[in-house]
Design a protein around this ligand. Structure first.
Ligand code: ATP
Length: 254
């Protein structure tokens, strides 16, 4: 495997294209994207519906394959990895938080958080055990450890999903609209937790969102339109991000 241990990037794509279908019905979801996610950053990926955000995230996370271009996850060039290698790499290097929480209904909170270790066929080390305890405390899950997902509120379920995503200290956490199913107050709590994981623990996080308030918690905001990166901004207020989105829509309509 080609390695580049000095890489300051947790994930990178170069000349990335992704099309679906063939002939007249072909859709180009990504049309030549160059993007590198910095280690320790909380990066938001914004853009209008259909601009390619989820496709980009899925390819960066090794869940979908490029049509053309190259993809790196940490020091690995995963462009030509087969499914078995990708599964292993995802299990060991990537955490996921989805809009729909994706918790196992039959497992309690502790079981859900320990699931990535189970899947990897190992037990947490002593230091991982301590880290998981810290997560239970800082995410306010301590008195819910034996509860099953259906006994929890939406915000609590998303906090369990975040604890699970952070438990193995993955190279990068990918979050797809993680606050999409939460009320705005609970959503802000979840965003604060993600921002804190990056700021305090150096956890690299990439989050897809269409919500300027959510994106305002990120260190960096990358905008996609029509399958291309059109802007790349440092931290911005929700008002500034809304203005950028509006300007993009006005340009697209002109
Ligand atoms: N499996 C697929 N088959 C065919 N077309 C697809 C598939 N997945 C995505 N697309 C198309 O690719 C384009 C980009 O989709 P994508 O889901 O990445 O956009 P998005 O920015 O995440 O949108 P949204 O904000 O609505 O979730 C869209 O035109 C979509 O219809």
């Amino acid at each position: 495997m080609p390695t580049n241990l000095a890489s300051p990037h947790v994930a990178r794509v170069s000349g990335l294209t992704r099309s679906y279908g063939a002939g007249a019905s072909q859709v180009t979801a990504l049309a030549g994207v160059d993007l590198a996610l910095n280690r320790g950053d909380f990066t938001a990926i914004m853009g209008p519906s259909g601009s390619g955000k989820s496709t980009l995230m899925h390819i960066m996370a090794g869940l979908d394959a490029a049509t053309d271009g190259r993809v790196w996850l940490g020091e690995y060039d995963i462009t030509n990895f087969d499914d078995a290698d990708l599964t292993l790499l995802r299990r060991r290097r990537v955490g996921f938080v989805f809009q729909s929480f994706n918790l196992l209904p039959t497992l309690d909170v502790r079981g859900n958080v320990l699931l990535p270790f189970e899947l990897d066929g190992r037990k947490p080390t002593e230091s991982e055990r301590q880290w998981i305890d810290t997560l239970f405390d800082s995410l306010g899950l301590r008195d819910r450890l034996t509860h099953r997902p259906h006994e929890l509120s939406g915000g609590q379920q998303q906090r369990v999903a975040i604890a699970r995503a952070l438990a193995t200290r993955p190279e990068v956490v990918f979050a797809d609209e993680p606050t999409g199913n939460l009320d705005s107050r609970t959503g802000r709590e979840v965003l604060r937790l993600l921002a804190d994981a990056a700021a305090t623990h150096g956890q690299s996080i990439a989050m897809v969102t269409h919500d300027p308030v959510a994106a305002s918690f990120a260190d960096r905001v990358v905008f996609l339109a029509d399958g291309k990166v059109v802007r790349d901004e440092p931290r911005r207020t929700p008002e500034q991000l809304s203005a950028i989105m509006l300007a993009m829509e006005t340009e697209a309509a002109a």
